[in-house]
Write a protein that binds this ligand. Structure first.
Ligand code: ADP
Ligand code: MG
Length: 353
């Protein structure tokens, strides 16, 4: 049985259901991200795991034990929030010691454990500092140490990096992941940032309006999105409207282009519409490029973005973005120009609404 199991969790506030039949099984030591836009219910699910909210329906279990009747302090969970929620009137040492004092640990035990935690986050030299004397990144590391000090069975992180500058955000997420691996602690990390989720997770739950739209490894989520929502939220994929030509041959039409899809188009009939996701980096312009499929369209715009040049093509009523790597002799396609892109048929992914 999985270590942390959320089974048919629902949550309503008044008449509004904000979590709708949420299911998830997390293995011991796994790092799972909840990824989704603001308001989709990420924090609410996290708060239910921690026991700050009770589910309107469904069961939460940790290590085989049902948690529904347990209070927050009986669940042995560590939590880090977006805003640095350190106690402002306590120094670093006392902040990290807090949970240990509440648990009634001895003075020696507390000293040893706090030192160990400050060592882990590389802040042992700052134990006398107060929160206002530290940067945001340092405060979040102290918050992490405070959460981990009582050896929780699960670590919950609610957008812990969102308030930090881009550079610190990247270095701290790597540090969090490294500490998590070192301790082997089962972790749920909430974020609305797709790159963040893709870069540090074992698995990602993409949440949409209170539901888990897709659960998978970062590569599965990015390369094989199953819904239109996941395709557009994770990786800004193109969504193309295609028309079925021949279901038995798996062929569809996009503008004047015929594409033979790898995935079965199932029970659709000739003339039916179908949504297809296509990554901007999948296509290639080169004459000799590999690929068994092509799309021809007119250039709408082309922009230099640094490492890539992003060009928007109009193909049969669809706007399709494609990226090509920059090089010193790269030429920006001109508006109105007709271009043919080469693809592999397996780059075209059928997505449902
Ligand atoms: P996220 O963390 O994904 O941004 P939340 O879980 O915070 O989303 O919120 C999901 C929805 O539930 C939002 O529409 C929010 O306004 C609503 N909500 C959250 N907490 C409460 C509450 N205590 N009372 C009423 N509505 C709430
Ligand atoms: Mg939130």
């Amino acid at each position: 049985m999985s270590f942390l199991v959320l089974e048919s969790i629902k949550k309503s506030f008044g008449q509004t259901q904000v979590v709708k039949d949420f299911n998830m099984s997390i293995e011991k030591g796994e790092f799972v991200s909840f990824l989704g836009p603001s308001g989709c219910g990420k924090t609410t699910v996290l708060r239910m795991i921690a026991g700050f909210e009770s589910p309107s329906d469904g069961a939460i279990s940790i290590n085989g034990r049902n948690q529904n009747a347990l209070k927050t302090n009986q669940r042995n969970i560590g939590m880090v929030f977006q805003a640095y929620a350190l106690f402002p009137n306590m120094n670093v040492f006392d902040n990290v010691a807090f949970g240990l004092k509440v648990a009634g640990k001895s003075k020696t035990e507390i000293e040893t454990r706090v030192k160990e935690m400050l060592n882990l986050i590389g802040l042992d030299h700052l134990s006398d500092r107060y929160p206002y004397q530290m940067s945001g990144g340092q405060q979040q590391r102290v918050a992490l140490a405070r959460a981990l000090a009582p050896k929780p069975q699960v670590l919950l992180l609610d957008e812990p990096l969102s308030a930090l500058d881009a550079k610190i955000r990247v270095s701290l997420r790597e540090e969090i992941r490294q500490i998590q691996r070192q301790l082997g602690i089962t972790t749920v990390f909430v974020t609305h940032d797709q790159e963040e989720a893709l870069s540090i997770s074992d698995r990602i739950v993409v949440m949409n309006a209170g539901r888990a739209d897709q659960i998978g490894t970062p590569s599965e989520i990015y390369n094989r999105p199953t819904t239109r929502f996941v395709a557009s939220f994770v990786g800004t994929l193109n969504i193309i409207e295609a028309t079925v030509i021949d279901p038995s041959a798996n062929t569809v039409k996009v503008g004047e282009n015929t594409i033979r899809l790898r995935e079965s188009i199932g029970a659709l009939k000739g003339g039916d519409k179908l949504s297809i996701a296509l990554r901007p980096e999948a296509g290639s312009l080169l004459e000799n490029a590999k690929g068994d499929t092509s799309l021809t369209g007119q250039v709408i715009s082309s922009h230099f973005l640094g490492s890539v040049i992003r060009t928007k093509l109009e193909v049969g009523g669809n706007q399709i973005s494609f990226d090509m790597f920059n090089s010193p002799d790269a030429v920006l396609p001109q508006s109105g120009e007709t271009l043919t892109l080469r693809f592999n048929a397996h780059d075209f992914l059928i997505v449902r609404d």
